[in-house]
Design a protein around this ligand. Sequence first.
Ligand code: G6Q
Length: 543
Amino acid sequence: MSALRETPAWRALEAHHGDVKDLHLRGLFADDASRGETMIAEAAGIFLDFSKHRITNDTLPALINLAEETGMPGHRDAMFRGERINCSEDRAVLHVALRLPRSRSLVVDGVDVVREVHEVLDRMAAFCEEIRSGRWLGHTGRRSKNVVNIGIGGSDLGPVMAYEALKSYSRRDMNFRFVSNVDGTDFVEATHDLDPAETLFIISSKTFTTLETMTNAKTAREWSLNAFDGDESAVAKHFAAVSTNAEGVSEFGIDTDNMFGFWEWVGGRYSMDSAIGLSTMLAIGPDRFSELLAGFHEMDEHFLGTALESNLPAIHGLLAVWYRDFFGSQTQAVLPYSEYLHRFPAYLQQLTMESNGKSVTLDGETVDYSTGAVFWGEPGTNGQHSFYQLIHQGTQLIPCDFIGFNHSINPLGNHQDLLISNVFAQTEALAFGKTKEQLEAEGVDDSLIPARTFEGNRPSSAITVDHLTPHSLGTLVAFYEHSVFTQGAVWGIDSFDQWGVELGKALAQKIIPELDSEAAPDLGHDSSTNNLIRRYRKAQGRK
Ligand code: G6Q
């Protein structure tokens, strides 16, 4: 048995789960009328109500014991100090340094990383001012009013999510587009109505080797140069790069004056607040981008400096462990009640699943407990008219995060009251359900009672924030980053590597020449893969 399962805290939680698993939220609320006012936490503008979880007053302390016995607080402190906690890649994990204020310093391997971070931020701000003011002119002297970010995974999901979330703060006289998929359709649809003379591409790639991004970048280069009679000097005016690979950037032909760097200690899925956020800064401007960073930082300080019993990301992460390992929940839903956050679930999907989709510990032992849950979601209220059915009456237990804002950016009539009434009603319905007795009292026909009974006892967190702003978006993202960290630290896994992604990158490289070679290739795969390759070649008229 693994060391984790042998800790006294784990054993205590197993026993505690035995006591709690059959308790109903109806009873828990009836027994403690103040539960909804005590099982709450608030920091950095985020209010977390965790009273509608299947926990008693003893659960959180027991989970905190687990965090302490597994060394989670020490691991957290080591991350903030810049220690190499990403063991399999032998790297520090320092996204928290990306948002440290200019006045601070953090020396790692003899280098003050805060100074370096702010040097890049200052260069980004100057570049953004040039573009936003219209001083930056394209090859033919036109203003660059279209910005196309080309990147994938961590170099795409953050920029798209942030642009969509903060659209109301963005320059409405500019167009922002995002190309990620190697499917040519993505590039064509993103650029079909753009004029190359007014278009700036940002090639965002930490490694500057990723197949999808490099392919789209080459296509963008051709698309641009076609409009300028192949004049290579146009590249300097229409391409910028965000990367850690200066050599790759200059080989591609992008002027390194237009390159914005970051560091190996920033993981892709933790990079939206690095230079990977260049498109975000172009959209909302440097001052608003600073507010975003300040939001991240406020949550960092809270996570680092607050006792676990009132530490929002720690509570959220420990509850995720509670459901995953003790109730056996396989998935977790995130349901933002804001149309602006419509890409937030996709963003969190990468953050959570790429980080904690691991099955060996930092010491290389195979785990004998469950790690990261499948994470998914859609904005409310749309989801209510589709998949919520399964959350309410299906056979799986799916903990949900409901995210709502007290004030709308677009206060139309009573839309916001209607929207938020759904957040509260859903958490209530999930927790308390509808009993046979209630249905009988309503006069529902006996034959329909089984189908119309809601068992309830379905857990959820309500997360409320005043306004959706750059600052609050930063706090929300950092809240989830540190929740993911908490879970990974308890499980003893490396939340910061992604060997599964690397495998995918290598596998396709092998098959590409087998698809496009002139002569019939010698295929050495399994019979299914060989057959699929042959059929595809045949469809292309190849031997
Ligand atoms: C993120 C992952 C992955 C990565 C992409 C793009 O944590 O490592 O999603 O961001 O594969 O990589 P590049 O930025 O190197 O192109």
